[in-house]
Design a protein around this ligand. Structure first.
Ligand SMILES: Cc1cc2nc3c(=O)[nH]c(=O)nc-3n(C[C@H](O)[C@H](O)[C@H](O)COP(=O)(O)OP(=O)(O)OC[C@H]3O[C@@H](n4cnc5c(N)ncnc54)[C@H](O)[C@@H]3O)c2cc1C
Length: 300
């Protein structure tokens, strides 16, 4: 979700001048829709082919916090990759920034990353990180400076993208600009040769591994547990593998992060584990709030 506009921008730019040309986009998730829209903005005629469209894609199950983590393999970080990654992230950020509001389901929220050790600065974020410029309102809070159940809390603001609103609006916009929509499942790459369009964009997500022989593609399985919406919760909380994203359609809790797995069957034991771990975090936070409140009263 995060890199959608940026990755589409790289792909569309690579294809050169497509004004007036007919293009096929295979896939109706966030990548297919963003690619279709950028092609339209360059004057191309687009037909979107996909086995499924929103609300039935993986993109509809996304978190979706705007932050490009877990997409970089440090062992394979070439200068070319770094340049693409930075360009895609910055391009995406600017596009999403222009979509903030209820119509698109994009909003700004502070993220608090908890840690007992001093906050970790990595290649991407923190002082010296290549995307530090995109960590708005960055501040570290030390022991006693916050209510969270950890020694440190690192805060920065990012955008939250609510997939159901966002994808619906994007699909509507792409259709309104004249895209043809065809529900169609391709069984092999060879089938694509029968298409009338000669320029084809592969936006098939995990299916690209089989369909296009892209064996470097690594699936990562994630599972969300959704609580009733609570409008008063207005920040993201990330503590180790756990995350809590408050959305208008519910409080989204994660996280599982299983490399190499694709099955879309809920793991109920993981759900219980995630619920219980969040319960512990928020109970401790309430205790801290009570303690901080009473020491403030005592000092008055
Ligand atoms: C639980 C969870 C949490 C996540 N949280 C975040 C987050 O916080 N931030 C973030 O940035 N990302 C997050 N992601 C990742 C993000 O959602 C995905 O990387 C992104 O949505 C993938 O989009 P896509 O368009 O490439 O693929 P998909 O949404 O999977 O779309 C693929 C499209 O291709 C079509 N297709 C596939 N095979 C064929 C075929 N043979 N013929 C025709 N059509 C085909 C499908 O029908 C579909 O339309 C999360 C993902 C999950 C599961």
């Amino acid at each position: 979700m995060t890199l959608s506009w940026g990755s589409s921008h790289l792909a569309v730019s690579m294809a050169g001048d497509l004004a007036g040309r007919s293009c096929a986009v295979i896939g109706g998730g966030v990548m297919g829709l963003s690619t279709a829209r950028l092609l339209q903005l360059r004057g191309a005629k687009v037909t979107l082919y996909a086995a499924a469209f929103p609300p039935e894609t993986t993109s509809d199950r996304s978190g979706a916090q705007w932050w490009p983590f877990s997409v970089v393999d440090p062992q394979r970080r070439t200068p070319e990759f770094v340049a693409q990654y930075i360009e895609a992230a910055n391009y995406s950020f600017r596009r999403f920034q222009g979509l903030v509001g209820a119509e698109w389901g994009v909003k700004w929220v502070p993220n608090y990353y908890l840690s007992d050790d001093t906050p970790h600065n990595d290649w991407i974020g923190g002082p010296g990180g290549v995307l530090r410029n995109l960590q708005v309102g960055f501040q570290d809070f030390g022991p006693g400076e916050h209510v969270f159940p950890a020694n440190y809390a690192r805060r920065f603001y990012t955008m939250m993208i609510e997939p159901q609103t966002y994808l619906r609006t994007l699909l509507r916009e792409v259709q309104a600009a004249g895209a043809q929509i065809q529900v169609r499942q391709f069984g092999s790459r060879e089938e694509l040769a029968s298409l009338a369009e000669t320029v084809v964009f592969n936006c098939t997500g995990l299916a690209a591994a089989e369909l296009f022989g892209d064996m470097e593609l690594i699936p990562i399985r994630g599972q969300l547990t959704v609580l009733l919406p609570q409008a008063e919760v207005n920040y993201n909380l990330i503590s180790g593998p756990l995350y809590m994203f408050p959305r208008s359609d519910g409080i989204v809790l994660g996280g599982t992060y299983e490399k190499g797995r694709t099955e879309a069957i809920p793991d109920l034991a993981a759900k219980q584990r995630i619920l219980q771990a969040h319960r512990v975090v928020f109970e401790k936070m309430r205790e801290n709030q009570t303690k901080m409140g009473s020491s403030e009263q005592a000092s008055r």
